[in-house]
Design a protein around this ligand. Structure first.
Ligand code: OGA
Ligand code: MN
Length: 223
């Protein structure tokens, strides 16, 4: 998997500008941002088309390889994933959009976000991802987490909600329906979250903005 390097001199259009500013304000104020029907519709549509026509063989069980370093054990999650590296038109458009968000947040919040990694995830009926944090203090360079959903219809009985906990003590959390275009952003180290058992095929993208932790001879994020 190749981390996608991002350049900074990018424009963003008016639609994204309003969305990005909302995210920046939320992150500044409370550390997370939940935005229903927020992703540009054209982008959601191309990502949805892409993910449903992707061959199942492109997905691998989550919790192997790269993802494993962020997990405490193997029973935490049962979904399957496919890293997005810009091989497809849909993947490229997604990475371009994320690049714009990164540039905006760096200008606005001085976060020093350096690169972005993301994957499609597919939860089959019965799949889940137990309560976890995306970054462990001191052990990682994941700064900001992002999730968006690729399910045009989602009913309450379909389950599979994302539950975002406001802090380590929070047991109630905020439930997010994984419906097309909803976009969730939060500080990776501060917000435990989980995916409740899904009763339907559930498609999402999870992504992380990282800072550069490279030291001599050891690129981190890896090249
Ligand atoms: C993750 C994750 C949430 C979701 O992949 O780390 O928390 O709603 N995903 O898919
Ligand atoms: Mn997570």
């Amino acid at each position: 998997m190749v981390a996608y390097e991002l350049s900074s001199n990018l424009y963003c259009d008016e639609f994204n500008q309003a969305l990005f500013e909302r995210i920046a304000r939320d992150i500044e104020k409370k550390g997370y941002s939940i935005n229903p029907a927020a992703l540009p519709i054209g982008l959601s549509a191309i990502l949805f088309d892409h993910v449903i026509q992707m061959s199942g063989s492109k997905f691998e069980n989550a919790g192997i390889g790269r993802e494993r370093q962020y997990m405490k054990n193997h029973f935490v999650r049962s979904d399957e994933i496919c890293w997005i590296n810009g091989e497809s038109d849909a993947g490229t458009q997604w990475l371009n959009w994320a690049t714009q968000l990164q540039a905006y947040l760096n200008r606005r919040l001085f976060l020093g976000l350096f690169s972005f990694e993301s994957h499609f995830a597919h939860y089959s009926p019965g799949d889940y991802y137990k309560r976890h944090v995306d970054a462990f203090n001191g052990k990682t360079n994941r700064i900001l987490s992002l999730a968006t959903y690729l399910n045009p219809e989602w009913l309450p009985e379909d389950g599979g909600e994302l539950v975002l906990y406001r802090n380590q003590q929070d047991r109630d959390g905020i439930r997010v329906t994984p419906v097309l275009g909803t976009l969730v952003v939060f500080l990776s180290e501060e917000f435990p979250h989980e995916v409740l058992v899904s009763n339907q095929d559930r498609y999402s993208i999870a992504g992380w903005f990282r800072v550069n932790c490279s030291i001599e001879n050891r690129p981190d994020p890896p090249l």
